[in-house]
Design a protein around this ligand. Structure first.
Ligand code: UDP
Length: 429
């Protein structure tokens, strides 16, 4: 059997005060017909990146709602994850296609993993992202309902690579995307597509309330001078997150604010063999600058530390060039932080330019936004407050759980039509 992730337990009642009674009642109503249903989440890693972040909360909350939810991790060696990383890059627009050998590696590992799954154990099987997407090929007569959850930006994909995956993706009973623009043109897929954004858990160590004093105490331990302002970007070491552009913007800001410091906080995901190479490039680009702090899980950066860096920063950056959704933006907004982020992927869904944060298209714009924030902390804080409210309304986990339960009911034939799901063709149904 594939490795089971220990997600611990969470209780839905703890979320009532944050999410409101209406949503909680809706969740209860949707959960009732699904009592005891068995759900499998399948993904490539339990560590690093947005999928892991979401599942550590979503899976125990599904359990708390009365379902039997498991999360299992597929097996793979570097040869497989090198291919899947390239698939990820190509789906986000890289022109490089796959060789026949790479295609064979992808299918071989999907077959190996499929052999370790018994679909009869589950009513719903949720496959996250492209890595295990072709496992479904090995279950032609499955009685389980299969759902593909895509977390990446598919708005301008390499068509060859998308075409390679489409036969598998089209087999799913439903496919979920963050945004309507991400849904591929293939008709059979569009009919099964649903749109909803991911969410963050406000009660995890990463997002729970942390006082400014506690945050300062924690970042101080990493060598940050807590008396001087700090800019932070939290993200995997990946070119799409543009840490080199962040360093360029920081250098421009420093011309006017010589005391400024920069923290690039980034964990290494297990399914990302390229990560180290790009980490080394980032370190080299920083050139030993004592005011640039490049930190990762190797320095013992965990959830509380990410929280502390976000809370303590004068501004949080997410200068991505491509972005599926950008949970780091959600996390920063939830902490009232002035947030500067690339106008890509799911970020404009979260930040209304001028209202709840700053959307930028270049290094210069990124630097200008940081200068504005440092020059007017009160105005910046007001935007941060509005950002938090927006996250409360749209991007917290109970809403995500509601969307999943509504879809399960629909696939289960127990949909009462009271909860709207967003589709591409018909708007809402
Ligand atoms: N993250 C983290 N430590 C790090 C880097 C990232 O905990 O050093 C978390 C981050 O807080 C966020 C998730 O990983 O919850 C990244 O999700 P996002 O949607 O921003 O990007 P992805 O990595 O999925 O492309």
């Amino acid at each position: 059997m594939l490795q089971l992730v220990n997600v611990g337990t969470k209780s839905l009642v703890d979320y009532a005060t944050i999410s409101g009674r209406g949503l909680m009642a809706e969740i209860q109503r949707l959960a009732a017909p699904l009592e005891g249903k068995r759900v499998l989440h399948l993904s490539a890693t339990a560590f690093g990146g947005g999928v892991a972040e979401i599942n550590y909360t979503l899976v125990p909350l599904m359990q708390s709602a009365g379902l039997q939810a498991d999360w299992r991790i597929i097996h793979g060696q570097d040869e497989f994850f090198n291919v899947t990383k390239q698939i990820h890059n190509s789906l986000q627009g890289s022109p490089q296609g796959l060789t026949t050998e790479q295609e064979e590696i992808f299918h071989r590992y999907n077959a190996l993993n499929a052999a370790e799954i018994d679909d009869a154990d589950y009513d719903f099987i949720i496959v996250h992202d492209p890595q295990p997407a072709a496992v479904i090929d090995h279950f032609p007569d499955s009685r389980a309902r299969w759902i593909w959850r895509c977390h990446i930006d598919l708005s301008a994909p390499n068509e060859d690579v998308l075409g390679f995956l489409l036969p598998a993706i089209s087999r799913y009973d439903a496919a979920i995307f963050h945004r309507p623009e991400y849904v591929p043109a293939a008709e059979e897929l569009r009919e099964a597509a649903f749109i909803w954004p991911p969410a963050i858990d406000p009660l995890t160590p990463k997002n729970m309330a942390l006082s400014p004093e506690d945050a300062a105490y924690i970042v101080d331990q990493f060598g940050i001078d807590v008396e001087r302002p700090l800019l932070t970007q939290v993200s995997r070491f990946d070119p799409w997150k543009d840490p080199l552009g962040v360093i360029d913007a920081f250098r421009i800001v420093r011309e006017r604010h010589p005391g400024i410091q920069l923290a690039l906080v980034g964990s290494m995901a297990h399914d990302d063999p390229e990560g180290w190479e790009f980490y080394n490039q980032t370190v080299a680009y920083a050139g030993g600058d004592p005011d640039i702090f490049i930190l990762s899980n190797l320095n013992n950066i965990g959830s509380v530390e990410v929280n502390a860096f976000q809370v303590h920063s004068a501004a949080v950056l997410q200068k991505s060039i491509r972005e599926g959704f950008g949970l780091t933006v959600t996390e920063a907004l939830w902490k009232n932080r002035p947030t500067v982020a690339g106008r890509v992927g799911g970020i404009p869904v979260q930040i209304q330019e001028g209202e709840t944060g700053w959307l930028v298209d270049s290094v210069d714009e990124c630097a200008a936004a940081c200068l504005e924030i440092l020059g007017d902390p009160d105005g910046a804080y007001r935007r941060g407050r509005r950002g938090k409210e927006y996250v409360r309304q749209h991007f917290l986990t109970p809403r995500l759980l509601r969307d999943w339960l509504a879809l399960f009911n629909r696939l289960n034939g127990t949909d009462t039509g009271e909860t709207q799901l967003v589709t591409v063709s018909a708007g809402t149904v």
